[in-house]
Ligand binder design. Structure first.
Ligand code: NOJ
Length: 552
C-alpha cells in the first residue's frame, strides 16, 4: 500500500535537541522544550523528525562522540522525557529518526577506557590498534587542517589507535562480530522506545576494512548493511536507515543493495554539490547530469534531498573550476570556508537573504527526486555566526521570538549565543514575527510543504529531465500511476523563455502554485517565460489539479 513506505513522501526536519527549545532555563535545549514545540512542527507540515545525537557524551563533537549509547545526556533530560517526546510525535502522526553514531565512540566511553587499560580487556578488540605507527598515519583525515593524523599513540595501551575523525573519537572495530551484535542491540533499544529508524553516521567508514594494513582504499563489507536492515525489519517492519555516505554515483547501488536490500535511504551528496554549482553559476547542465547519474533504480530506495546541514557544504567532488565558482559566489572569505573543501555558512546568508533565490533553492529541495530534509531554522531563513569555530557557526539557538535569547531560553546564558543584531538577528528573524506576516518565508514554507505532500509523484515516480532549450533552466517530469507533474526552475537572475514538450497531455498544464496555467501551442509544445530565479510546478491532465488516486 502507498502509505507503507512512509519515507518516500515524507518531509524530514533535522533538530539538535540542544539548539531547539530550553524548558528549564539552564541555557541548553531539552526534550521537554522540544516536546512543547511538536505542534509547531506538525503545523509546518513536518512528517518525520531527525534528531542529532542526544546520548551521553562529553560533547567535543556536538554529541558525535558518544560515551553511553543507552542513556540520554542529562543536559537534555531523561529517558522518560525522550519517550514522552516520541509519544507526542506519534500522536501527531510524526515519525522520529535518530542519529546512529557507531563508526567510533568517545575516548571517554567505558569500552575504550577498558580497552586501553588492559591488553586482556574484553573490549581490547573492539577498537583498532597497531603496535607501530602505520605508514599512512598522516593520510585520510576527514577534517584536514584541524585533524593532524588518523593514528594516535595511547600511552596506557602502549599502542596506536585508529580514528578516522578527531583523536577523541577512536574507531570501533566494526568487523568484530561482538561489535556488530552491540550495534544491533543499540538499534533494538531505541526502536523499542519509539523511533522509526536511524540516520547512520559515516556509513562508508563503518563498513570499511580498518587497521594498519587496510591501505588508503580499503575494501568494504556491504553485507553488514544487509545485516543491519534485516535485524531492523524483524524488530519493526517499517523502520529505515538513512545513510550518510558521500560517495560517487556508481557506488550507490552497493549501498542501496543489488536487490534494494540494504539501506532504504541515503543523502544525495552528488546532487547537493551540483545543485550549489547551478545556484552559483546559473548553469543547470551539471545538475541535470547528476540527476541522471543518481537514479536509485529500486522502488524501495530513496534519496534524501538537502541544501545545508549541520556540517560544512562539502564541495570536494566538484571540478576545481566549479568549486572555485561556488566559493567565489557563496563563500569568498576564508572565514566562510572549512577543511579546504567546503563552506560553513547557513543558506540564507549565502544567498544574501534574497527571497527570490531562497524560494528557488527550497523549491528545488522540495521537488528534486527524493525526500526533502530540512534543517531547523531553514523555514525562517536563520543566519550564522562566523565568530564561532568550525561548524558551530551554523548551530546557534532556534530563533522563536524577539525576546532575550530569541525566546529559546529564559536562562542567563545559553550554550551558544543566539544570533543578535544585523540582518539575521533574532530581533528581526524569528518565528513569532513571521507567523504574523502572511508573506513571510515561514508561511511560504508551510504552503510549499503542503503542496509537496500533495505531489507524491516526486517521491514515488520515475523522472525524466526535460530539454527546455536553455542551459540556465531545469525541467523535470515525474510519472507515477497515471499522474504526472512537470517542474521548472530558472537559475538565471534574468527571465528566460523555455520551450518544451511535456509528453502526452491534453494541452493544458495546471499550475499548482498559482492560476498561471499553460496551454500548448498547435505543435503541442509549451512556451513560457520563467521569471528571474522563477519556478513553476505543473500537473498534467485536465482542470482538476488534484492528484487522481482512484487507481490505488
Ligand atoms: C558526520 C557528522 O555529520 C559530523 O557532524 C561528525 O563530526 C562526523 N560524522 C563524525 O561523527
Amino acid at each position: 500500500m502507498i502509505s507503507d513506505l512512509w519515507y518516500k513522501n515524507a518531509v524530514i526536519y533535522c533538530i539538535a535537541v540542544e539548539s531547539f527549545m530550553d524548558s528549564d532555563g539552564d541555557g541548553v535545549g531539552d526534550f521537554r522544550g522540544l516536546t512543547r514545540r511538536l505542534d509547531y512542527l506538525h503545523g509546518l507540515g513536518v512528517t518525520a523528525i531527525w534528531l542529532m545525537p542526544f546520548q551521553a557524551s562529553p560533547g567535543k563533537d556536538d554529541g558525535y562522540d558518544v560515551s553511553d549509547y543507552y542513556a540520554v545526556d542529562p543536559r537534555y533530560g531523561t529517558l522518560g522525557d525522550f519517550v514522552e517526546f516520541t509519544h507526542g510525535a506519534k500522536q501527531r502522526g510524526m515519525r522520529v529518526l535518530i542519529d546512529l553514531v557507531v563508526n567510533h565512540t568517545s575516548d571517554q566511553h567505558p569500552w575504550f577506557k577498558s580497552a586501553r587499560s588492559d591488553p586482556k580487556s574484553p573490549y581490547r578488540d573492539w577498537y583498532v590498534w597497531s603496535k607501530k605507527k602505520p605508514n599512512n598515519a598522516d593520510k585520510g583525515m576527514v577534517f584536514p587542517g584541524v585533524q593532524k593524523t588518523t593514528w594516535t599513540r595511547d600511552e596506557k595501551a602502549d599502542a596506536y589507535y585508529f580514528h578516522r575523525f578527531y583523536d577523541f573519537q577512536p574507531d570501533l572495530n566494526t568487523a568484530n562480530p561482538e561489535v556488530q551484535a552491540e550495534i544491533l542491540k543499540i538499534m533494538g533499544f531505541w526502536i523499542q522506545l519509539g523511533v522509526s529508524g536511524f540516520r547512520m553516521d559515516a556509513v562508508p567508514f563503518v563498513i570499511a576494512d580498518k587497521g594498519a594494513d587496510a591501505g588508503l582504499n580499503p575494501k568494504s563489507d556491504f553485507q553488514m548493511l544487509r545485516t543491519f536492515r534485516e535485524f531492523l525489519q524483524w524488530r519493526l517492519g517499517d523502520s529505515i536507515i538513512l545513510g550518510e555516505a558521500n560517495i560517487v554515483p556508481k557506488e550507490a547501488k552497493k549501498y542501496f543493495g543489488d536487490d534494494g536490500d540494504r539501506l532504504q535511504m541515503m543523502f544525495n551528496f552528488h546532487v547537493n554539490q551540483n545543485l550549489f554549482y547551478a545556484l552559483a553559476s546559473s548553469d543547470a547542465q551539471p545538475l541535470s547530469k547528476a540527476l541522471n547519474e543518481t537514479k536509485p533504480g529500486y522502488d524501495t530506495a530513496q534519496w534524501g534531498l538537502f541544501l545545508r546541514n549541520h556540517d560544512e557544504l562539502d564541495l570536494g567532488r566538484l571540478k576545481d573550476d566549479q568549486r572555485a565558482k561556488v566559493f567565489a559566489e557563496f563563500g569568498p572569505d576564508k572565514s566562510m570556508q572549512l577543511y579546504d573543501r567546503g563552506i560553513r555558512r547557513r543558506l540564507a546568508p549565502m544567498l544574501k537573504a534574497d527571497r527570490r533565490r531562497l524560494e528557488l533553492a527550497y523549491s528545488l529541495m522540495f521537488t528534486l527526486p527524493g525526500t526533502p530534509v530540512m534543517r531547523y531554522g531553514d523555514e525562517i531563513g536563520m543566519g550564522d555566526d562566523l565568530s564561532l569555530p568550525e561548524r558551530y557557526c551554523a548551530r546557534t539557538p532556534m530563533q522563536w521570538s524577539s525576546e532575550p535569547h530569541g525566546g529559546f531560553s529564559k536562562g542567563k546564558k545559553t550554550y551558544l549565543p543566539a544570533i543578535s543584531g544585523g540582518g539575521f538577528g533574532f530581533e528581526t528573524v524569528n518565528v513569532a514575527e513571521q507567523r504574523r506576516d502572511k508573506d513571510s518565508l515561514l508561511n511560504w514554507m508551510e504552503r510549499i510543504i503542503r503542496m509537496r505532500q500533495e505531489v507524491p509523484e516526486i517521491g514515488w515516480g520515475d523522472y525524466t529531465v526535460l530539454p527546455l532549450g536553455t542551459k540556465t533552466a531545469l525541467g523535470l517530469r515525474y510519472d507515477w500511476r497515471n499522474n504526472s507533474v512537470v517542474i521548472l526552475h530558472n537559475f538565471d537572475p534574468e527571465p528566460r523563455e523555455v520551450v518544451f514538450d511535456p509528453g502526452a497531455d491534453d494541452g493544458v498544464l495546471i499550475d499548482l502554485l498559482s492560476d498561471r496555467h499553460s496551454k500548448a501551442d498547435k505543435d503541442g509544445k509549451h512556451r513560457l517565460t520563467l521569471e528571474g530565479y522563477g519556478y513553476r510546478w505543473f500537473r498534467l491532465g485536465g482542470l482538476n489539479y488534484l492528484l487522481d488516486r482512484s487507481d490505488i
